[in-house]
Design a protein around this ligand. Structure first.
Ligand code: TNX
Length: 473
């Protein structure tokens, strides 16, 4: 039997013991043992494990120990489940939280297996990106995405908050952004936006699940919606109509005017002030109207603005080669643009890379050529393509130590509902999460675990794609 754990742990041993039903005593004892040093893990245990308790089992005598062991790798944990006795160790509070996420999968069917697990992630940054600019998903949907991400032991949600088609975050110093540029989306719908209060609450909700939110305002391209609200920041100052098509690369802010840079300053100030995490993402992709020199000059100034506001920045890979503040992260997404200099940049600059190769980690690409949702510009990405890859090998010449993470990206030109979202995300998010976690590669075991998760998704009312690469029966 394969364990239903996704991501698969670094190692596990299933022993021959009989196992036992999960009881409320287990859950209480676990939560009590965790609460002194890992309160969020204790809360998660009460929230997610209590529902799995078998209603017919008599109360059990259970001893649970939960100890912090700083000698484990960061975010690492071990579990030893035997009849009547559980032991959990974790490197830190986060590791304890991941242990509970793993338990939620191991115990999902109400029985306690007799086993040992030892686990830790390969990459410190394990993310999912959600584009709420093209199609707006509101706080309730975003919370469900956070839950899903955390259940696959991802620790970052990157929200793409602005694009040509819409502006999705309240900026008090620039009220016209949400007044004029939020009430539409690519589906011809009503759009919407997050208030700063929503944003704050979402971040707290995420942090309770050890997930950090990285907000993205995309600059200087992908800014048509901002220019509709404030024409003076555009290259020609002309008034613009809202745009709900899906072309990319046509817009840019004015590169040098004071009005345009005052705008950028206001935006970065607001993001820096209201973001709990260390990083904000400032875009930098597909500025197709600029020369390379114009672009690099712009990105260097943008990096300095982030630094001035005390925040670290993430940029899309195009910014590689610009002189950026130390600690900057670059998000690699495609081999279809010039990448010769990327290896050099990794060696010569204090920047690190997040791997989001579109051919593997773009959850908006079609599963099959005739799949109704998704795009095809990068590749056909079925579950096996999303599972079978190595982040370091995907990044041209970048040394392993410069690759700090993996992120799965969901762009929203085609999804129109939460069901469409989960259809694109499941089962590929668990596949990319396995890569991010650095699970030992074993596709048959992964596919058989996925089939189990498929039954749970059905039970939870989550729509997913029944890839032919998995035996779902
Ligand atoms: C490219 S990936 C984009 C997005 C699109 C996406 C669609 C990237 C940095 N830019 O603007 O939504 O392709 O797959």
């Amino acid at each position: 039997m394969t364990l239903p754990l996704i991501p698969a742990p670094q190692s596990s041993t299933l022993r021959a013991g009989p196992g036992e039903p999960l009881t409320a005593s287990h859950v209480d004892a676990l939560a009590d043992a965790l609460s002194p040093w890992a309160p969020r893990a204790a809360a998660a245990a009460r929230r997610t494990l209590a529902d799995l308790v078998s209603t017919t089992a008599p109360p059990a005598e259970v001893t649970v120990t939960a100890t912090q062991d700083p000698s484990l790798a960061a975010e690492g944990y071990t579990l030893d489940l035997a009849a009547g006795s559980w032991a959990l160790t974790a490197a830190d509070e986060t590791g304890a939280f991941w242990a509970v996420q793993s338990l939620a999968q191991l115990l999902r069917d109400g029985a306690v297996p007799d086993l040992q697990v030892s686990d830790a992630p390969a990459y410190p940054v394990r993310g999912m990106m959600l584009d709420i600019a093209r199609f707006y998903f509101g706080p309730d949907d975003i919370r469900r995405v956070i839950d899903l991400a955390a259940s696959y032991r991802l620790n970052q949600l990157h929200l793409h908050l602005s694009d040509d088609q819409g502006w999705r975050l309240e900026i008090p110093s620039r009220p016209l952004l949400t007044k004029m540029s939020a009430a539409q989306d690519v589906a011809g719908g009503q759009g919407g936006y997050l208030t700063l209060e929503d944003y704050e609450q979402l971040q707290r909700y995420a942090l309770d699940r050890h997930v950090v939110i990285v907000p993205e305002v995309d600059l200087p391209g992908h800014t048509h919606a901002a220019q509709v609200a404030y024409p003076e920041i555009s290259p020609d100052g002309a008034e613009r109509e809202p745009y709900i098509g899906t072309e990319v690369g046509f817009s840019s802010l004015h590169l040098t005017s004071d009005e345009a840079w005052d705008f950028v300053d206001d935006i970065v100030a607001t993001l820096a002030e209201h973001t709990l995490g260390e990083y904000v993402h400032l875009g930098g992709d597909e500025s197709l109207t600029l020369t390379r020199e114009q672009y690099v000059t712009y990105m260097e100034r943008l990096g300095a603005v982030a630094e001035k506001h005390g925040t670290k920045a993430v940029f899309w890979q195009e910014a590689a080669g610009a002189a950026l503040p130390p600690g900057t992260r670059l998000q690699y997404w495609t081999s279809q643009i010039e990448t010769d200099h990327i290896a050099q940049v990794a060696r010569d600059h204090d920047v690190t890379f997040i791997a989001s190769p579109a051919t593997r980690a773009y959850l908006d690409q079609k599963y099959t050529a005739d799949f109704p949702l998704g795009l095809t510009w990068a590749a056909i990405v079925d579950v096996r393509e999303a599972y079978d890859w190595d982040p370091v090998a995907e990044l041209p010449g970048v040394p392993a130590e410069s690759v700090v993470g993996v992120e799965a990206c969901l762009w929203t030109e085609t999804p129109r509902s939460f069901d469409d979202l989960t259809m694109l995300v499941l089962p590929r998010l668990p596949a990319v999460a396995s890569v991010a976690w650095g699970s030992p590669k074993d596709y048959p075991a992964f596919a058989s675990a996925l089939a189990q998760h498929g039954r749970w998704w059905d039970a939870d009312g989550l729509v997913f794609y029944r890839s032919e690469q998995v035996d779902w029966t």
